[in-house]
Design a protein around this ligand. Structure first.
Ligand code: ZN
Length: 329
């Protein structure tokens, strides 16, 4: 008797389980994204409806990245491919074309950014400067492009993609405002970003800080020494207290700047390592787009005498408040 009852209960719970399984089980969309910045905003928009795999991890240079055989395979077996575009992933163009010819949905996320916005500095040799993620308001348009693309692929969940995009864009709006305020808090004459990257042109324009590149800086030639002297003068005359470095400029050449300024009685330190073309470690705050930009903004502001809070944007209430700042009354 007890046994029969048990069987009945098992049967009932089986029925319940069957009832709970939706009639059409939809598989998550398989998405390949190139850089971490593209992958992160894609995850924000797609939510549970997609599995997003990023090809390029921490410290990878997307300009030079050559797809491996495994990458090519992942690209052709994915449902959708999102890439940054504007020739950032220059060596991957053939792979993208091949995937597109096979009927894959291959999207450059910078598609909606108007040409009139784009910069074409000489160092990019006739191409647009691709580093648009450095201006949060521009990267916000990439969020919108991703939502549109997902809607094309998966109409059923379109409303959700649009809502996710709106919510995330509101956060980005707050981050953009944070950047404007933080950089503006640096004393005006010190608003000069001396950096080893060529990635900060849009950042400089959006947030009102002059960008001076030191890539290629060398103490090995006459011209190189002249460059060092010119930069030392900029540092001393503007009382700039920090320069920002990366592994692409040797310590010796950066030290030449610091020593040159010291010889003129002005102290300069290394202001920190900025993220340019890749985010921080996966699974950490700096491994997100917001965390990456927050780190850059806060580091630059703090090192140059601005008043960005020590904990940055992350600890501010508006970092999680998707309702815009109080600047728009
Ligand atoms: Zn770059």
């Amino acid at each position: 008797m007890a046994n029969q009852k048990g069987v009945l209960m098992v049967f009932k719970s089986l029925l319940l389980v069957l009832f709970l399984i939706p009639t059409t089980v939809t598989k998550p969309i398989q998405i390949i994204a190139t850089t971490g910045m593209v992958a992160d905003i894609t995850r924000e928009v797609a939510g549970d409806h997609a599995v997003v795999t990023s090809l390029m991890g921490e410290g990878v240079d997307p300009h030079l990245y050559k797809p491996t055989a495994a990458d090519a395979k992942a690209i052709v077996s994915a449902d959708m491919v999102f890439y940054s575009g504007l020739m950032l992933e220059g060596t991957m163009t053939d792979t993208f074309l091949k995937a597109a010819r096979m009927g894959k949905l291959v999207y450059p996320v910078t598609e909606l950014i108007d040409e009139s916005y784009l910069l074409e500095p000489p160092e990019f040799q006739g191409h647009w400067d691709p580093h648009v993620w450095m201006d949060v308001s521009a990267w916000s348009q990439a969020v919108e492009a991703i939502a549109n693309a997902l809607c094309e692929q998966d109409e059923v969940n379109c409303k959700e993609y649009k809502a996710n995009a709106e919510r995330y864009k509101a956060k980005l709006h707050n981050l953009h405002e944070y950047a404007i305020t933080s950089i503006a808090s640096i004393p005006k004459n010190r608003r000069i970003l001396i950096t080893a990257h060529d990635a900060f042109n849009y950042f400089g324009r959006a947030y009102g800080i002059e960008v001076v590149g030191i890539q290629g800086l060398s103490t090995e030639s006459e011209a190189g020494i002249e460059d060092v002297n010119r930069l030392v003068n900029i540092l001393v005359n503007n009382r700039i207290t920090a320069v920002f470095v990366e592994s692409s400029v040797s310590d010796r050449n950066v030290n030449a700047l610091i020593e040159g300024a010291a010889a003129k009685g002005h102290t300069v330190k290394i202001g920190g390592r900025l993220f340019s073309d890749a985010m921080g470690q996966v699974g950490t705050y700096k491994g997100t787009y917001i965390g990456m930009l927050d780190h850059n903004i806060t580091t630059i502001s703090a090192a140059l005498g601005g008043n960005a809070p020590e904990d940055g944007f992350a600890m501010m209430p508006q970092s999680n408040q998707p309702t815009g700042g109080n600047d728009e009354h």
